[in-house]
Design a protein. Structure first.
Length: 365
């Protein structure tokens, strides 16, 4: 080899060593150094690299690493077997083998995941835009995040225990971003445009509440009230059959609003939509406070309920009117009591705590 060739080869190696390994996991695993693809060896070696990269530079103890790669099996001896896999990984990485480091606490890597942080940044911009009532910007940020998925996360490492759990987490996150994107699009009065895609997505994920709510709202705005109610009924039945739970209060509120043809369900833009949403949440909070008061006092008149719930007389009258219409409260002369349709007439010990937790979680204007 000539001196010029030797110099060029050394320079190429130096550049390769200087390039940090970047890993993409939102799809099949992709390992790159600059613009060059790096194989990373067989699936087990690639899985080891990804698992270490997911630790974000921190060392992973040997026992934990073995369980994440092979599951809860008796490895004899696990440390020696791990060393063999690490050795093969370093060989497969070539000049980048030095990115796998040994520390007293376990192995770690300088390689980093790049697509998940990029998706997180876009998702944060989406949430900020939604809070500010900027639906169009929220849709754009959500689409930027979703474009980073090239397919099911970690699809080629599905046999690895840690990869299955991480893939499930990333898929649930993707669906939450997708649901937020649909909700923001509905704020732009795009019901007819998003309904086909929303129909497919909600059908594929029948127990995902935010997607089901967006689907029901889109159906309702397209003049399909019966279909919207059926979608929420399927959600309710599915949650009961699969998990033994009821839908969230937000889902129940939407179902009642659709039944009543609530004008608030129609499209509103910008700050008006945000204010209307907060108003409806406050109304739900007031109703729960009244039901909590009734559960503790038993039959009571409006004045006592106002004092017990710390609400004004006007708010109590308005909330009682809605609750009576729904069958949640009954009137007996001048006194009110919890109705048998939705609630038992005797106090429930957990009701006050559950209501307080819900109230503390509700956003305030």
């Amino acid at each position: 080899m000539s001196n010029i060739e030797a110099t060029g080869s050394a320079a190429s190696s130096a550049v390769a060593e200087a390039s940090e390994l970047e890993i993409s996991v939102l799809g099949t695993v992709r390992i790159q150094a600059g613009r060059a693809e790096v194989t990373g060896g067989h699936p087990l070696e690639r899985a080891l690299l990804v698992r270490l990269a997911l630790a974000d530079g921190y060392p992973v103890p040997d026992r934990r690493l073995a369980e994440d790669l092979w599951g809860d099996v008796d490895l004899n001896p696990p440390i020696q077997r791990m060393r063999v896999v690490v050795s093969r990984l370093r060989s497969a990485l070539g000049v980048h083998g030095g990115s796998i480091l040994r520390t007293p606490a376990g192995y770690r890597t300088t390689a980093r995941i790049v697509d998940v942080p990029a998706a997180e940044a876009a998702a944060q911009r989406m949430h900020a835009a939604r809070r500010d009532g900027h639906s169009e910007a929220a849709v754009e940020a959500a689409e930027e995040a979703l474009r980073l998925w090239r397919g099911p996360a970690l699809a080629d490492l599905a046999a690895m225990p840690f990869a299955r759990a991480e893939a499930d987490r990333l898929e649930e996150w993707r669906l939450s971003i997708l649901a937020a994107r649909f909700e923001a699009a509905l704020q732009l009065d795009s019901s007819a445009d998003v309904l086909p895609h929303l129909t497919t997505t909600a059908t594929q994920n029948p127990l995902h509440e935010p997607l089901s709510r967006a689907y029901a709202l889109a159906l309702y705005r397209c003049g399909r009230q019966t279909d919207a109610l059926m979608a929420l009924r399927r959600l309710r039945d599915g949650l009961a059959a699969e998990y033994g739970v009821d839908p969230s209060p937000e889902t129940a509120q939407l179902e009642l609003a659709i039944l009543r043809h609530d004008p608030a369900l129609q499209h509103r833009s910008g700050a008006t939509a945000v204010a209307a949403h907060h108003d409806s949440l406050r109304a739900l909070d007031d109703a729960f406070r009244l039901m909590t008061a009734l559960a503790h006092t038993g039959p009571a008149d409006a004045d006592r309920l106002a004092a017990e719930s710390d609400l004004s007389a006007a708010v109590v009258d308005r909330a009682l009117g809605h609750l009576i219409q729904l069958g949640a409260v009954q009137i007996q002369g001048t006194r009110y009591t919890l109705g048998p349709t939705l609630f038992q007439p005797t106090p429930k010990p957990g009701l006050h705590t559950a209501t307080a937790d819900l109230r503390s979680a509700l956003p305030r204007t």
